[in-house]
Design a binder for this molecule. Structure first.
Ligand SMILES: Cc1cc2nc3c(=O)[nH]c(=O)nc-3n(C[C@H](O)[C@H](O)[C@H](O)COP(=O)(O)O)c2cc1C
Length: 275
């Protein structure tokens, strides 16, 4: 795998872009935040990380309450506007229609999800203040519910990505706490399969070794038989040569004997004739 170093980038994207609503002395403000998140599900606790220069900070400190609103992709422009201009100089109160719950923090009607928060703690971190808050109540637009539950596809939250772009979620969805279990089951299956394969491979290797040994033995026997055949042929040739020599010698001897007998016969004939 090849990797390219890109430096110290907080690559925890995508993150939801949320609108934080505050109201102090009758002044409503909405600001945009990417650096936010859940600290705990129960008690429901969240945080936003806000630059000390933001108007939002002084408002939260005074009112001790604020709202976190999840905008949908359809209201990206108004949302982005709230991230570009400060409530110190720009009145952003009419960007959204405010509605109020128990805390009195303004919530944006146009955002499908609204969370009312009560300030719990503030942490100082360099140029930032981290506001930790308890969730008092949450609201979801009825059109974004399916079977009484918030439907993320209908909410179509505006998400912010590493390339400084807003996106929204696609059609893709899977069941949390199920696919992980399926993955574990598949991993177990794969491990079993691997074990089975390893066993079969071991068996096959053993068989191959045995076959090779047998083959080597057969080859050795064949080589021995060929050698024996060669030796036998050599011996036969030698015996044949010897036999041929013997026959030749016997023939020569017989011819010599015949010649002698013929000679003696001639002498005998002549003697008879002379007599
Ligand atoms: C996409 C996006 C994300 C932002 N996220 C943050 C953030 O997490 N924290 C922060 O302090 N400011 C963030 N800002 C900048 C503030 O929204 C901006 O400074 C705004 O003017 C603050 O408004 P206020 O002064 O009325 O509070 C973000 C801006 C944009 C466009």
């Amino acid at each position: 795998m090849t990797k390219k170093e890109i430096g110290a980038v907080a690559c925890l994207y995508p993150i939801p872009a949320v609108v934080v609503g505050t109201k102090v002395r009758g002044k409503t403000d909405y600001a945009l935040f990417g650096n936010c998140g859940i600290i705990s599900a129960a008690p429901a606790t969240v945080y936003i990380s806000s630059d000390k220069k933001n108007f939002t900070n002084s408002s939260i400190k005074k009112a001790k309450v604020f709202s976190i609103n999840v905008p949908s992709a359809g209201i990206a422009a108004a949302t982005d506007f709230c991230g570009l201009f400060s409530g110190k100089k720009t009145d952003k109160s009419s960007v959204f229609t405010a509605f109020f719950g128990a805390t009195g923090a303004p919530m944006a009607e146009e955002c499908p999800v609204n969370i009312e928060c009560k300030l719990k703690k503030i942490f100082n971190f360099d140029d930032t203040e981290i506001f930790v808050a308890e969730i008092v109540n949450s609201f979801v637009s009825e059109r974004c519910l399916t079977n009484g539950q918030p439907d993320i596809e209908k909410i179509a939250p505006l998400i912010y990505d590493v390339a400084n772009k807003y996106r929204t979620i696609g059609k893709w969805s899977v069941d949390a706490e199920k696919i992980g279990r399926d993955f574990q089951k598949q991993a177990e299956k794969r491990a079993e399969e691997a074990m089975r394969t390893a066993k079969t491979e071991k068996k096959a290797a053993k068989l191959l070794k045995k076959n090779k040994k047998q083959e080597a033995k057969r080859e050795e026997k064949a080589a021995q038989a060929a050698e024996a055949e060669k030796e036998a042929a050599k011996k036969l040739k030698k015996t044949e040569k010897k036999a041929a020599k013997k026959v030749k010698k016997a023939e020569k001897k017989a011819a010599k004997k015949l010649k002698k007998v013929k000679k003696e016969n001639n002498i005998a004939h002549e003697t008879v004739r002379e007599l």
